[in-house]
Ligand binder design. Structure first.
Ligand code: SF4
Length: 500
């Protein structure tokens, strides 16, 4: 095990793209000899250790460079259960050392030309530019902030290349008029329902069209998943285009897992040109969940935070990642996933803040089965001053059977079903009315959730049981009117305010 990085074993180091001059090769060899045993270094060529409490993020089997995925747990990584979740460890140590604010900086994807080469050369260059004497006097001046400023002037240009320039600030969207109907309704203060539709497994779109037609009158927007659980289906882009054709507002989900930076930029330009205006940026489930043969599991080109950063800049600054101007930039309302019950809610809230800073305008959460426990997560978002910058749609998944409940609780990363709910489903299954019980549980969760501060809507995930969605929205809507009248005029919850 490396000295400072609590990963169990090394992943192999990256190889240089081309043969380097002798001096560079020698430096890379020395760097690997030192940082391998200490940090399990893979020689990514863009070292981020200063920002990650001296734990190498490249130990993450997904290669994520901006925080944990929605499946993180305190115990282990869901991709490789023999390892701890390295991002959980990074967050834990950063909070212990009081360095958690550093985790907000949006870190760049790898520059693959540098993979396998040294990071130290860039650092030595910066030191040379500053001058050894200056460096020494800044580090020993005793002035407040001098040490951190000096170190930042050396390390920041190395980890934040000109083509990225990530930071830890909030970037408000650079437009005023809503670009989508979903955004318009949320801005108008409407409590919205979105519903997820699983894309077809073949080119037959009959069922897809029936689902869209049945749901469009009830839901403000329809989400189309992007190869969920790493199982290939019809693309989210194609389903979104069909949805538009049928007059329903789509939310196109995009999994970073299946995209390179080139493919991603091309796809959002195309989708925006087709009129798709809502996009949900996800890292995506690992290939570990897929049926075999498995694809590559140890790296993704970009993560969801980087995706938000890139897409926001394409829209608001009219630039591709490589700096080329986009004469007519794309338009979209950017969403992200939130996973309140994965690992620690304090950690998740920081992750959510990072996504909002990068560009997320709405969240759709993982399925929630404990409405009371949600308050803790919302409180953490209040403390981070995030609630007025993002719309939150709480994920509700109607359980069709006890077997489905068991599967979700045991196998789906980031989902936790309380024992009382499991018991209800088990008893209902024995009596032969599990479906009805599942609907009632969903309605109760909606009722408990809708009054909470910061909650702007519900995201229904019926996972192949789409025909139940109209009933749930209708019954939840009917229950709403009386409840909402009672709530009007005051914020109802035990949620603390930002200055508390
Ligand atoms: S961030 Fe990159 S260079 Fe730094 S220790 Fe990890 S793999 Fe090595």
């Amino acid at each position: 095990m490396p000295g400072f990085t609590p990963g169990k074993r090394y992943q192999p180091p990256f190889m240089p793209f081309k043969r380097q001059p002798f001096k560079k090769r020698a430096l890379a060899t020395i760097e690997l000899a030192v940082k391998g045993p200490l940090f399990g270094c893979r020689m990514c060529g863009n070292c981020l250790l200063q920002e990650t409490a001296l734990i190498c993020p490249m130990e993450c089997p997904k290669g994520l460079r901006n925080g944990p995925c929605g499946g993180s747990t305190p115990e282990r990584c869901y991709v490789d259960e023999s390892r701890p979740c390295i991002w959980y460890k990074i967050y834990e140590r950063s909070f212990q050392l009081g360095r958690e604010a550093r985790l907000l900086e949006v870190l760049p994807p790898m520059d693959w030309e540098k993979a396998g080469t040294d990071s130290w050369g860039g650092i030595f260059d910066r030191v040379k530019r500053l001058g050894i004497r200056n460096l020494f006097s800044h580090l020993t001046s005793g002035e407040p902030g001098s040490v951190s400023q000096t170190l930042d002037s050396i390390f920041r240009p190395v980890r934040q290349p000109d083509w990225w320039q990530g930071d830890a600030k909030y970037h408000a969207p650079a437009y005023a008029e809503p670009v989508s109907e979903l955004e318009r309704r949320l801005k108008a203060g409407e409590f919205v329902f979105a519903a997820e539709i699983a894309p077809p497994l073949s080119i037959n779109t009959d069922k897809l069209r029936r689902n869209i037609a049945a749901l469009k009158e009830h839901a403000a927007a329809l989400n189309f998943t992007d190869n969920a659980s790493s199982v290939p289906r019809m693309s989210s882009l194609a389903c979104s285009a069909i949805s538009l054709e049928l007059g329903a507002e789509p939310v196109m989900q995009i999994s970073a897992r299946d995209k390179t930076r080139v493919g991603l930029q091309s796809e959002v330009i195309g989708a925006s040109a087709l009129g798709i205006r809502n996009m949900l940026c996800l890292t995506g489930d690992s290939m570990a969940l897929a049926p075999g043969p498995k694809g590559r599991m140890d790296i993704v080109d970009i993560d969801s935070v980087q995706m938000l950063w890139m897409l926001r800049r394409m829209r608001d600054e009219g630039r591709y990642l490589d700096g080329r101007e986009i004469k007519t930039p794309p338009k979209y309302f950017l969403g992200a996933a939130a996973s309140p019950f994965a690992s620690n809610m304090k950690f998740q809230a920081l992750r959510e803040q990072k996504k909002v800073n990068a560009g997320a305008q709405f969240f759709q959460t993982n399925a929630v089965f404990d409405a009371d426990a949600l308050d803790e997560w919302l409180n953490e978002l209040v403390k981070r001053d995030v609630l007025d910058k993002v719309y939150i749609l709480i994920g509700i998944s109607p359980l069709k059977s006890y077997r489905v409940a068991r599967y979700m609780n045991d196998k789906v990363p980031g989902i936790f079903i309380p024992a009382a709910v499991m018991k209800r489903m088990e008893l209902a299954e024995e009596k032969g009315n599990a479906e009805e019980e599942g609907v009632q549980i969903a309605l109760e969760l909606i009722e408990k959730t809708r009054g909470k501060q910061g909650v702007n809507g519900i995201h229904l995930m019926a996972v192949g049981w789409e025909e139940v969605v109209p009933r749930i929205i209708e019954e939840a809507g009917a229950a709403k009117s009386s409840k909402l009248r009672a709530l009007k005029g005051g914020i109802p919850l035990g949620i603390i305010q930002p200055d508390e």
